[in-house]
Design a protein around this ligand. Structure first.
Ligand SMILES: Nc1ncnc2c1ncn2[C@@H]1O[C@H](COP(=O)(O)OP(=O)(O)OP(=O)(O)O)[C@@H](O)[C@H]1O
Length: 289
């Protein structure tokens, strides 16, 4: 399912004295199977963009096209339920939304609310719990007897059990330790690859954006400041540094190297492993790089 935001503008508390322009003239295309990362300072409009992706917010100007549905602020929209099912959002600290007495009931809640039978929902819960790397026995436990990291995974399993076509992640690793962050991001990466699941990630981590995304959007003051492939964004990150966004040395170095390979060899190395292999092959061959 493709999603496209076309010149979208959104104002909070519109037509009141407290009106606040949050985003304006935002155009973003998310073709099926894309892994898009959205980066930007606090208040730059990232969460506002995310909430347009499943019609939680409707634009005051412009339009959002989600699959074959068009969402505008002007018309009253019917059947947004279908969109909410196809585009799953993992909000920040999703574990705060767990409330059922068992993990299984919590995971089944969303699908059953959308009309899936109890039998089918339980089957989905078993699959989803495996996908997030937890043992099936945990389904019988209370979510409140789990660790913070496990609760996060259970909440993510609840979104996966909806079997969405697109998954939208608002800082999914916030507050986790480095190992937990790595495991969760690798899980989303695997889901994206195995199921061709379109993934939209809001993150403050340049490393994660650089490593997992195939497209990056930089938001600044409610607008799209820059968009491109990680290599294009990070190989000359001066603009980002001017905005005060911190681009770690290792990310700059990796993309600078990739850029060099691309210009010198007409080759693109997509992962750090491919890059390392390419460097060692070139060094063995005596080629100065
Ligand atoms: N409910 C709201 N009412 C009024 N203004 C809001 C509301 N939510 C966000 N805003 C304003 O809209 C602008 C964009 O906010 P948004 O939450 O989209 O930014 P963000 O980039 O996601 O920030 P963060 O990284 O802190 O989550 C900001 O100026 C913010 O103050």
């Amino acid at each position: 399912m493709d999603i496209s935001l076309q010149q979208v503008e959104y104002r909070y508390q519109a037509n009141t004295p407290f009106e606040r322009l949050a985003i304006t003239d935002v155009s973003i295309d998310i073709p099926r199977g894309t892994f898009l990362a959205i980066i930007g300072h606090t208040g730059s409009g990232k969460s506002t963009v995310l909430q347009h992706l499943n019609a939680l917010l409707k634009p005051h100007k412009g339009k959002v096209v989600i699959g074959d549905r068009e969402v505008t602020g002007a018309k009253k929209q019917k059947n947004l339920k279908e969109i909410r099912q196809k585009v799953g959002i993992v909000f920040q600290f999703p574990e705060h939304q767990l409330f059922e007495e068992t993990v299984e009931k919590d995971i089944c809640f969303g699908p059953m609310n959308f009309g899936v039978s109890e039998y089918e929902a339980k089957d989905r819960a078993r699959k989803a719990i495996k996908q997030v790397g937890l043992p099936e026995e945990i389904l019988a436990k209370s979510p409140f007897d789990l660790s913070g990291g496990q609760m996060r995974r259970v909440a993510i399993a609840g979104v996966l059990a909806m079997e969405p076509n697109v998954i939208v992640l608002d800082e999914p690793t916030a507050g986790l330790d480095p190992r937990g962050r790595k495991e969760i991001m690798e899980m989303f990466h695997a889901l994206h690859k195995e199921r061709n699941l379109s993934t939209v990630l809001v993150t403050h981590s340049m490393e994660d954006a650089s490593r997992f995304a195939d497209q990056i959007v930089i938001m600044h003051s409610g607008k799209v400041y820059k968009r491109g492939k990680p290599r294009e964004i990070f190989s000359s990150p001066e603009g980002l540094i001017e905005l005060g966004l911190d681009v770690p040395e290792v990310v700059r170095f990796q993309h600078k190297l990739e850029e060099t390979f691309k210009t010198k060899l007409g080759k693109t190395c997509l992962t750090i492993e491919e890059l390392t292999e390419e460097v060692s092959t070139q060094l063995k061959g005596g080629m100065p790089i």
